[in-house]
Design a protein around this ligand. Structure first.
Ligand code: ATP
Ligand code: MG
Length: 430
């Protein structure tokens, strides 16, 4: 057997508090409150998932997930600030201002989930079929390092799958037979890439080699879910890493097929350089806490495919350069919806940002001057800088737009070759 096959029957390895490094001081107070209250009411309560994993790795967890043997209604009864969500499987969100602690009841294995679906059709949920024990709950975890349970009763860690060993060797390993687990949920392939990128972990050989063959299963995942996962891959400060790994495993084509295709014909590496630069820029922003937007991310990925397509339709349909770009942008955005959805509130401003790339080339006149006041100017200018940094446009052009922003209004009018206001007035008086 060459994969981790946890044997719930044999029970977990229990690591007592003095023998592990997870300290209560690092757990959010709100998560602790939830854990303690559940425990006080007589339930089992564990911290699980990314919270435990990240604390053991000394990184700041994104959020804290709690599992318990209390049923959702029982959880709700304990907390005033609690909402039950989810149709197929109910779970509790306990709200503390902006922090939400997710509390999930132990679930039984995949079988149980099937049963539950059958029952919920008739509106009836049978406890024994959908809810389980902690030893069944591990089967709805993906990687061994995500299946460590921190027990609030005695601060021990329960490890069913040698997750601690994998933390120590920085290995990402699926629980169970990798092929089966990827088939159950193909998004786990993207999660493997995401965690490997975020944590700088190696994907275990047996968990990594099926990915190339099974990647095609991502075609059946709803675009909305792939969109969520895409943002997690690229908006968490490790986007360059994620990108490299998606290429390595040939998965980019399921998220951005046109980008992947243009990379295939990228003889001198310019497109690759451009995307890397754009992603480096995104990572830097995340690292210093500046906001990032899907608009910019998609602009980076779709720019080359849109340019190529614009060139094609311009020749065929005799359009102006800008018309061709706008049409190409519409068509590719529409097509992209089949892969990773792209909400209109981001795709519309993206079109402006891309069109401004052409407009930046004209530096004279009122139209060029007005670009400075355009609400997308900042994003479009950042995009221009990335293009310049990898030689797609002259650095001189980018420098000109950098410089013009520092001028006084009077100097700006001169830079754009506009008549001064006074001579304008004079002009209209005549
Ligand atoms: P982070 O919050 O840092 O992104 P995480 O590990 O907490 O990482 P979540 O998506 O928040 O990831 O999920 C919480 C836990 O639920 C995971 O650690 C894992 O145990 C389990 N889980 C989530 N999604 C899946 C999935 N698709 N397949 C199997 N287990 C999953
Ligand atoms: Mg989490």
């Amino acid at each position: 057997m060459n994969y981790t096959d946890p044997h719930p029957q044999s029970g977990p390895k229990i690591i007592p508090r003095p023998e592990h490094a997870l300290s209560r001081a690092d757990i959010s107070n709100n998560a602790l409150k939830v854990l303690y209250r559940l425990k006080k009411a007589g339930y089992q309560a564990f911290l699980v998932g990314g919270g435990v994993r990240d604390l053991l790795l000394k990184i700041n967890p994104k959020d804290f997930d709690v599992v318990t043997d209390a049923l959702p209604d029982e959880v709700r009864a304990l907390f005033r600030n609690c909402r039950l969500i989810g149709k197929r499987f109910r779970l509790a969100h306990v709200h503390f201002g902006r922090e939400v602690i997710e509390v999930v009841t132990f679930r039984s294995s995949a079988d149980g989930i099937k049963n539950e679906r059958k029952h919920s059709d008739t509106g009836r949920i049978i406890r024994d079929n959908s809810y389980g024990t902690i030893s069944e709950d591990i089967w709805r975890r993906d990687f061994t390092v995500n299946a460590l349970y921190y027990n609030i009763a005695d601060f021990s860690i329960w490890d069913y799958t040698s997750g601690l060993q994998d933390i120590a060797s920085r290995t990402l390993r699926l629980i169970g037979d990798p092929k089966t687990r990827y088939r159950e949920d193909p998004v786990r392939m993207l999660r493997a890439i995401r965690f490997a990128s975020k944590l700088n972990f190696q994907i275990a050989r047996e968990s990594s080699f099926p990915i190339r063959n099974l990647g095609v299963l991502l075609k059946d995942v709803p675009p909305a879910r792939l969109y969520d996962e895409t943002l997690k891959l690229f908006h968490a400060g490790h986007s360059v890493n994620s990108f490299e790994k998606l290429l390595e495993f040939d998965l980019l084509k399921y998220l951005f097929p046109h980008t992947a295709a243009s990379l295939k014909s990228d003889k001198n590496g310019n497109i690759l350089r451009f995307i890397r630069k754009g992603l480096e820029n995104t990572d830097k922003r995340v690292q210093v806490g500046e906001p990032v937007t899907p608009m910019f991310l998609y602009a980076i990925f779709l720019w080359q495919p849109i340019l190529d397509y614009a060139k094609k339709i311009r020749a065929e349909e005799k359009l102006s350069q800008i018309e061709a770009l706008l049409n190409a942008s519409d068509d590719l955005v529409a097509e992209q919806q089949n892969h990773t959805s792209y909400p209109r509130r981001f795709s519309t401003p993206m079109k402006d940002v891309l069109a401004m790339q052409l407009r930046f080339e004209h530096r004279r006149g009122a139209r060029a001057h007005r670009l400075l006041g355009n609400r997308r100017f900042r994003a479009a200018y950042d995009f221009l800088l990335i293009r310049a940094a990898c030689g797609e446009v002259d650095q001189e052009l980018a420098d000109w737009w950098t410089n013009v922003q520092t001028l006084t209004p009077v100097e700006q009018r001169k830079a754009f070759s506009l008549q001064s206001k006074r001579s304008n007035r004079h002009h209209s008086a005549n």
